[in-house]
Write a protein that binds this ligand. Structure first.
Ligand code: TRP
Ligand code: SF4
Length: 400
């Protein structure tokens, strides 16, 4: 009943690095041409771990947005917005919190993992416990069907599905639903009512999906039905409840194959990263000084690419011919490490050229980014408000 829609967010960590690009951003860029996408800066999520240090949120948000645009996220295809500018996320988060069992949140693996990893931070807060629930609100409020995330986030999407199911179960119930649905069937008129009931039986008893589709098409065409009756009849086809929230699915982002300069995971805080728009000289210097196979002390010592982080860069950036040249040259000490690194330097420079170009207009005129986001905020807000109307009604809050 609800069409495919993609939603994903990132915490405002500031300028992006190549790990982000080869991990998440390339995936977003691929999806935006296939499906309607909403991508947002999860600025509230930043506060769940760094509530005592909000000073960096603003600059990080704009820096990150410029990098999204530079990398090819296209505002004419995707909706780009900022979480805190769509306050409906907070309302849904609050309402969902009423019926969310504490155990569900305590059992999310990132809860304990992060508390152990980030020992220096105070994560014994209500906000941090609620992190995955806020994330659920981010997605459910758009009735998104697909959520591109890394594998650490898959349990969060699992929980979103449970939250949506529970919500529909508790609040999708209408007093006297069966009776009202049967009255609505009568309003279809004798012949159509009969066909509707036959299609419903065919779907419910034999799982014939075409029957379901046919019945839905018939409801779409039934002019004399009120919207509420049509909703009921949609719900009656699949069970005896209204579908208010949609269960989303994780679309796994392939882990970035690009490690940091030292072979560990690329991360700004490890000091091993290359920015998405690195300055040419600094890029060249970083690659030229990056560590290689420790066994190659002298130029005449043969090496093993599998033990060298530079090789991982060749895997991502080089064609087969270059890779063969590296394998042969390294193991026979036929090439030097600086020589080996040059094609990587050239490839990254080439990859970054269009990014520098795209970014330039936004750096020259920051109001362009503001305008793109203002437009995105409006679009997102409209969608969020539609869902919230249904949520409030289902929860008995639409009185005045
Ligand atoms: N938790 C995500 C992360 O740390 C960021 C995020 C917040 C998100 N809300 C979301 C991702 C909604 C996908 C959908 O990467
Ligand atoms: Fe690494 Fe290349 Fe040097 Fe071999 S030749 S150790 S792959 S940089």
């Amino acid at each position: 009943m609800y069409p495919d829609r993609v939603v994903s967010g990132m915490r405002p960590t500031g300028a992006m690095h190549l790990g982000h690009y080869h991990g998440a951003l390339k995936n977003w860029i691929r999806m935006q041409s296939e499906l309607p996408c909403l991508f947002f800066v999860a600025d509230w999520h930043a506060l769940t771990t760094h509530y005592d240090d909000p000073s960096i949120i603003e600059t990080s948000t704009w820096d990150m947005l410029v990098d999204w645009l530079a990398s090819g996220v296209d505002p004419s295809q995707s909706t780009l917005f900022i979480q805190s500018k769509v306050p409906e996320h907070a309302e849904l988060h609050l309402l969902l919190s009423m019926a969310t069992p504490l155990g569900w949140l305590e059992r999310v693996p990132t809860y304990k993992d992060q508390q152990e990893k980030l020992k220096e931070r105070d994560l014994a807060t209500y906000g941090f416990l609620g992190y995955p629930l806020l994330q659920a609100a981010d997605v459910l409020i758009y009735r998104a069907t697909l959520v591109p995330v890394g594998d650490d986030q898959v349990p969060h999407v699992e929980m979103m599905r449970e939250i949506a199911r529970r919500f529909n179960h508790i609040y999708g119930k209408e007093k006297g639903f069966e009776e009202k649905a049967r009255d609505a069937v009568k309003k279809l008129g004798g012949k159509r009512a009969k066909i509707y009931m036959e299609l419903r039986t065919a779907y419910q008893e034999q799982g014939i999906v075409e029957s379901l589709e046919q019945a839905k098409a018939m409801l779409d065409d039934a002019q004399n039905l009120s919207n509420i009756d049509r909703e009921r009849l949609f719900g009656y086809l699949e069970g005896s409840r209204k579908l208010i929230l949609v269960e989303p699915q994780a679309r796994l982002t392939e882990a970035s194959r690009l490690p940091g300069l030292d072979g560990q995971k690329m991360s700004k805080s490890y000091g091993n990263s290359i920015a998405l728009r690195e300055d040419k000289d600094s890029l060249t210097k970083k690659i030229r000084t990056m560590p290689t196979d420790p066994a190659r002390v002298r130029r005449t010592d043969p090496g093993t690419p599998a033990k060298c982080p530079v090789w991982q860069f060749h895997v991502v950036y080089s064609d087969d011919k270059t890779k063969q040249w590296v394998q042969k040259g390294c193991t026979s000490a036929g090439i030097g490490c600086l020589e080996c690194k040059q094609p990587v330097i050239d490839a990254i420079i080439k990859e970054q050229e269009p990014m520098h170009e795209r970014a330039q207009q936004y750096l020259d005129d920051p109001s362009l980014v503001r305008a793109i986001v203002a437009d995105g905020n409006d679009k997102a807000r409209k969608l969020a408000q539609e869902t919230m109307r249904d949520v409030r009604e289902a929860m008995g809050l639409s009185y005045s």
